[in-house]
Design a protein around this ligand. Structure first.
Ligand code: AMP
Ligand code: MG
Length: 280
């Protein structure tokens, strides 16, 4: 069984995040042993992305969610190493602007959805509108509780329009988060990542877990599945995600598109050009 089956949240199932070990490493004992497998998946992703871009009829949307320091930035850096920057984009979603808030919650998201031929990664997403918004009661329950259905409809529309959607929840333990916060405090190269809210959000861990469990339960669908990825070990997280992305892309029926020109005609022109202007 591959990691795609192992970490998939089946439609309708409620993940019990408390029972999922964030430090899980599968059968791989160490990063060194997994490195080759990771490199292999990244190479495959690169080849599929080339075809996705060339064929330009479908697209891929990868949604990354997780608490602070769960590793969203790390996954993006990693997954994209195999891809051509042409045809890829990343968006991070922060507190909505006044203009965003003047519209429905999906407005800013929809504008950034991938066009045909593109791979787009969302660093946070429309899920914040049923996570942070719920935990902090930024809108009344009647408002956020209707959003699951709206999200499913929205994602279904994207899928029917040719977008493959993969959603990853990066599952870390509170201890690992604290360890990562400490590293940020001590390492001047990482201090810029620290934010005022980090410890306040951490205190709401239980509320966030509840919000995540319900969001994942209500929005893991056949067309837009959720995966809960054990993410205490960065290399394991990268291994699992790159494998799931590679496997999914391999099923997208991506092929080199046929030439857009009449090759026989172009060959005639080529030979004429070879003979030079005098003989033309
Ligand atoms: P970071 O990912 O560390 O750059 O932080 C971005 C912050 O923006 C996080 O604290 C998110 O919870 C917050 N954020 C993202 N989307 C929303 C939203 N729709 N409403 C409120 N806060 C949001
Ligand atoms: Mg942060």
């Amino acid at each position: 069984m591959g990691y795609r089956e192992e970490f998939l949240v089946k439609p309708g199932a409620k993940p019990q995040l408390g029972d999922i070990d964030p430090a899980y490493k599968g059968k791989h004992k160490s990063h060194e042993k997994a490195a080759l497998v990771i490199a292999e998946s990244l190479a495959q992703i690169g080849q599929w992305q080339y075809l996705l871009h060339a064929d330009a009829s479908q697209s891929l949307l990868i949604v990354l969610q997780g608490l602070d320091a769960a590793g969203k930035d790390g996954v993006i850096r990693h997954i994209f190493t195999g891809m051509d920057p042409q045809g890829t984009r990343v968006f991070g979603f922060k507190q909505p602007s006044a203009e965003d808030l003047a519209h429905d919650f999906l407005w800013r998201i929809h504008q950034r959805a991938p066009g045909r031929g593109e791979v787009v990664i969302f660093n946070r997403s429309h899920y914040e509108d049923v996570l942070v918004v719920r935990v902090h009661e930024l809108v009344p329950r009647e408002v956020w509780s209707r959003r699951y259905e709206l999200i499913n409809d929205f994602e279904k529309m994207l899928a029917q329009n040719g977008t493959r959607i993969l959603k990853f929840y990066l599952h870390i333990s509170p201890e690992e988060q604290l360890e990562r916060f400490k590293r940020r405090l001590e390492d001047p190269a990482r201090q810029w990542k620290i934010s005022e809210s980090d410890y306040a959000e951490r205190a709401l861990w239980g509320e966030y877990m509840q919000a995540y469990e319900e969001a994942i339960e209500r929005t893991s669908t056949r067309l837009a599945p959720w995966f809960v990825i054990p993410a205490n070990h960065k290399w394991f997280r990268d291994l699992a995600i790159s494998q799931i992305v590679a496997e999914t892309m391999s099923e997208m029926d991506l092929k080199t598109p046929p030439p857009r020109v009449d090759l026989a005609d172009i060959r005639k022109k080529y030979h004429a050009a070879m003979r030079g202007p005098d003989q033309a």
